[in-house]
Design a protein around this ligand. Structure first.
Ligand code: 13P
Length: 342
């Protein structure tokens, strides 16, 4: 099976009423963790790479690792998605490289930090939609800005500073013709999202529900959706780490989102925590070890466990075999016949 478009995976998720985790990768072991979790739970998957990840791993390595994944796990519908493209050019380079889905994050200027104007966002996103749909490739856009800085990307510390306005979301979708819409509801990238368990005042699920009511057929995307669970924090701190107390997005809130139009859920931090905890444990317990496999194997296993759990919790488990992939060429024809799919 070749890499599939994200649009198909999300359309199927909408039909089935479930969400699909989008897990970030930088290296071979993370890709293997995700694919093993997908096989174990029979899940379709979205593997995503940010600009930082592309620079770290180099596009060609990443792309060929993903091709290996499609060869080794042919039964799994697998998407390769660009996370937080900062410009039309970045999206173009991902499309040229073989990504089957791109995010044009025009909510921020190309520096990845400065909130942009609505007009800039519409223009950049629309241009990427035109370029991508011609090749059957999916486009995610963002309206409103997340908090935090991940891979040098994010609007700053306050996740509530640039919440999505539901009216603007409707206009944005109509003007861009995108496939999936990332919204800002108080989450942020990274481990430090909330200083106590989030409430309706800090995690604005009411905004999400309003957007879904206005755009019932649009696939919504929740970024910054790691749950930062205590057990993963504890392992790190038990073995010499120094994480400060912190709270993430509770899985029940994500499940509420899934009942209200959320089809893609971005998770990176939980996997980073799992990997680091496993490596710290080996270093602390077996300081004589120096073969990287002695700590990379448990790290890979720890990430696989987190991913498999999220796949089950998001509902994508069991759905890998539901559908045959539609080729990108077919998707392109589909878009040409019906340029705006919303
Ligand atoms: P977390 O930092 O919560 O895992 O979010 C990742 C993300 O949204 C990537 O775009």
């Amino acid at each position: 099976m070749s890499l599939v478009s994200m649009r198909q995976v999300l359309d199927e998720a909408a039909k089935g009423g479930y969400g699909v985790g989008a897990f970030n990768v930088n290296n071979m072991e993370q890709i293997q963790s995700i694919m093993e979790a997908a096989r174990e739970t029979k899940s379709p998957v979205i593997v995503q790479a940010s600009r930082g990840a592309r620079a770290y791993s180099q596009d060609r390595f990443l792309y060929h690792l993903m091709l290996a994944a499609t060869e080794i796990y042919p039964e799994i519908p697998t998407v390769l998605h660009l996370d937080h493209g900062n410009s039309v050019e970045t999206c173009k380079s991902a499309i040229d490289m073989g990504f089957t889905s791109v995010m044009m994050d025009g909510s921020l200027m190309p520096d990845g930090k400065t909130p942009s104007s609505f007009e800039y966002n519409v223009d950049a996103t629309r241009r990427v939609v035109e370029m991508a749909h011609e090749k059957g490739i999916t486009v995610e856009g963002e309206i409103g800005c997340l908090g935090g800085i991940e891979d040098g990307h994010g609007a700053g510390l306050d996740g509530l500073a640039h919440l999505t306005d539901p009216d603007q979301a409707v206009e944005f979708v109509e003007k861009t013709g995108l496939d999936a819409l990332a919204i800002a509801i108080g989450t942020s990238h990274g481990a430090y999202k909330f200083t106590s368990k989030p409430t309706g005042a800090t995690l604005k699920m009411d905004v999400l529900i309003k957007i879904h009511q206005r755009l019932p057929n649009v696939h919504l995307v929740m970024h910054g959706s790691s749950s930062v669970p205590n057990d993963l924090q504890d392992i790190i701190n038990q073995y010499g780490g120094k994480l400060k107390p912190t709270w993430g997005v509770p899985v029940e809130e994500i499940q509420l989102g899934i009942r209200n139009g959320v089809r893609k859920i971005n998770v990176d931090t939980d996997n980073r925590l799992a990997i680091t905890g496993a490596i710290r444990k080996v270093f602390a317990e077996k300081p004589e070890e120096f073969d990287p496999r002695s700590y990379m194997k448990p790290a890979r296993e720890a990430m696989k466990k987190v991913v498999a759990l999220r796949m089950t919790q998001f509902g994508q488990a069991g759905h890998a075999g539901d559908y045959a992939p539609i080729s990108l060429a077919e998707m392109a024809k589909h878009y040409a016949a019906q340029p705006v799919l919303v």
